[in-house]
Write a new protein. Structure first.
Length: 257
């Protein structure tokens, strides 16, 4: 039987992990780059130890991020995501498995509905489509953080709602399409930093799906042509907050002991 302390620690660890993963896919400004540098290979190990997930390949990614400069990482980011809206590699959920504009619109509306249900609304500071990989990853961070907060305040029902929402969002959205996008990303960036990012992110999503008792989506969804629905922008907040351990309100070193 999982104790409350253990449940809180795991929720915090998921929050920290998803925050970090989200930041890997946004424009690497100085704040984001500094946060990525502060997260260490040892932090990966501690988070995965708390979650009982496999960390294969994640420490290698962190070593790579510590071996390159911000300018090198920015160049890789721009080469891949500079013109993705019209390109073949698209970091948007609606670009996978939606063969009609109505399906795409429904996908965007459903994703945005998840966000609104948990008090997340668009802002003017930083905008992105709601189905962008970074936004969906950050939403998982927010849900895990809300779960930890509810558990810490003995709000069992609210914690259950947040945990069930994570499972539902993985099953219907992030865990359904992200494996296909991440496979394509890895194939197109062989030997580069983003191959490691794709592999690490896919491993984390699949581990969470397994732990939640659901099947991760197949990695064979073909990208389709996309429109740009009016009013589809949503804030992408990664890089504007504190580092993973700080935002989750924990000391990863203490939690792992």
């Amino acid at each position: 039987m999982e104790t409350e302390t253990t449940a809180i620690a795991r929720a915090h660890a998921r929050a920290a992990l998803y925050y970090y993963l989200s930041a890997l896919f946004v424009y690497p400004d100085a704040t984001t780059w500094r946060m990525l540098q502060e997260f260490s290979a040892e932090d990966w190990q501690r988070v995965f130890s708390i979650l009982h997930w496999s960390a294969i390949g994640c420490e290698r990614l962190q070593e790579r991020l510590h071996a390159i400069t911000q300018e090198q990482f920015l160049a890789e980011h721009l080469a891949i995501f500079g013109h993705t809206a019209a390109g073949e590699l698209r970091p948007y959920e609606a670009g996978y498995g939606t063969n009609h504009v109505f399906q795409e619109t429904h996908c965007l509306a459903d994703v945005a509905g998840f966000y609104r249900a948990f008090g997340l609304e668009p802002c003017e500071a930083k905008r992105e489509r709601p189905d962008h990989i970074a936004v969906e990853l950050e939403f998982m961070h927010a849900l895990a953080l809300k779960e930890a907060y509810a558990l810490a305040h003995d709000w069992g029902e609210k914690a259950d709602i947040c945990r069930e929402a994570q499972t539902g969002f993985l099953r219907d959205h992030l865990g359904r399409w992200a494996p296909s996008f991440l496979k394509s990303l890895a194939e197109r960036t062989r030997g580069g930093t983003f191959e490691m990012i794709a592999d690490a992110t896919a491993a984390c999503i699949k581990a969470h799906c397994h732990g939640a008792g659901i099947e991760a989506g197949e990695n064979d969804l073909e990208p389709v042509a996309m429109s740009e629905p009016e009013g589809s922008n949503f804030p992408c907040m990664a890089g504007n907050m504190a580092g993973p351990a700080e935002i989750a309100g924990i000391n990863l070193r203490e939690e792992a002991e």
